[in-house]
Design a protein around this ligand. Sequence first.
Ligand SMILES: [Zn+2]
Length: 138
Amino acid sequence: MSDTQEAPALMSRPLPAPAVTLESKPFFDAAAEGRFLIKRCTACGEAHWYPRSVCPHCHSPETVWEESPGTGVIYTYSVMWRSPTGPYAIGYVTLDEGPAMLTNFVDVAPDGLSIGMRVKVKFQPTEGGPPAPVFAPA
Ligand SMILES: [Zn+2]
């Protein structure tokens, strides 16, 4: 790549359909409406990701769905430069509620990502399934 060539914008790569289970169905139903849900434990007060019916912090079954603005910061990331669909990036986002989640980054050039960058969730269509959460610069 020459110095004068612009880095391509990160293309959203095709995502396979997520496996929707009885436990994850409320999350994907909300995702189809553009709402991002996380789980919070009413026994210990901690939020967690991915959504589970039993709290991973204290093992209480007293967990509830909570709507989140889907904002956070990049904890770490990795750019896959060589891909049939063009460069893409995955990494961990630390949500403002505390939990970290593995995700894809979109709408940013491959060299435009940085650790600590503010990002916000958006939903990307999948191949024959409900939309999946991905993150873009806030
Ligand atoms: Zn708990």
